[in-house]
Design a protein around this ligand. Sequence first.
Ligand SMILES: Nc1nc2c(ncn2[C@@H]2O[C@H](COP(=O)(O)OP(=O)(O)OP(=O)(O)O)[C@@H](O)[C@H]2O)c(=O)[nH]1
Ligand SMILES: [Mg+2]
Length: 330
Amino acid sequence: MPANLTPAYREAEERFRQATTPEEKIECLEEMLAVIPKHKGTEKLQADIKRRLSKLRQETMSGRGPARRETAFRVEKEGAGQIALVGPPNSGKSSLLAALTNAQPAIGDYPFTTQAPTPGMMAYENVQIQLVDLPPVTPDYLDPGLPGLLRRSDALFLVADLASDDLLGETQAVLERLEQAKVFLVAEVPEDADPRLAYQRTLLVANKRDAPEAGERLALLSEFFLPARLHILAVSARTGEGLEELRQAAWRLLDVIRVYGKPAGQKPDMEKPFALPRGSTVLDFAAAVHRDLPAKLKSARIWGPSARFPGQSVERDHTLADTDVVELHT
Ligand SMILES: Nc1nc2c(ncn2[C@@H]2O[C@H](COP(=O)(O)OP(=O)(O)OP(=O)(O)O)[C@@H](O)[C@H]2O)c(=O)[nH]1
Ligand SMILES: [Mg+2]
């Protein structure tokens, strides 16, 4: 077993061990494949996961429909990270997606307008963050594909409705319904998190702050969600208030850093940063550039916040910082 597997991988693997249905197993294996560090040392393991996946997929295809239903809930990740929008009906999830991205989801003044995940790309400075609009969650309704999508995404917006009389009840119901599905919405993932449960970093987005009585409702929401310690940001998809702050908050929520690649003797490409989890090293960056690179890597030089001086030579385990420039030598 390669020693350099990440906590995210080990959590997915632990969930796989606990999984009871083929659908759950497929979901866990897919997650393991998505988060496994891609380099030579894990190639055998990757092949093994793929083999188990295709076997399970074949088994479920010959059976009933849920596995196929599940595939409708699979959204390929793009950009610096994926944030899923979850919440009660009519809270304005689709309106937020429309206001923040070029996507054009159906928006309606009635519940259950959205029936399938709809992605869109949101610009923040020089990066793109993927937002995924979802069907609503109520005490009686949770699409079976939804918890898996939430687990696989990088962070969540819980969208609450400041125009609703049942603001607290319906928002709490979403949290409870998801907890039954072992998905916990938290401000920070606890260090000693139980690997069988999924904790997702979440921002509580209080939408419709333009609505009458939104102020009082926001105060209620803050008071109520104080124990859960979710950070709250009030916005309006309709007037655009708070949306710039929301882009920034999305970036902070993802907790990633931008790293620029620099070919030797050339200028760095400042247009297209790589987005890496905070705490990533030179070696992680090399793996993100190309899966074969870590094995060939001889040395690296860096410029930017984590460099003691411009062009400093660093070891492969050097921890990078946001906006570092890295030149890899093979
Ligand atoms: N006043 C006000 N109304 C809004 C705002 N955002 C959305 N709405 C309205 O709220 C209603 C529901 O909006 P949607 O974006 O469809 O809500 P949703 O959360 O996607 O709903 P479902 O798909 O059913 O879960 C529509 O009538 C929107 O025009 C806002 O910021 N202010
Ligand atoms: Mg919708």
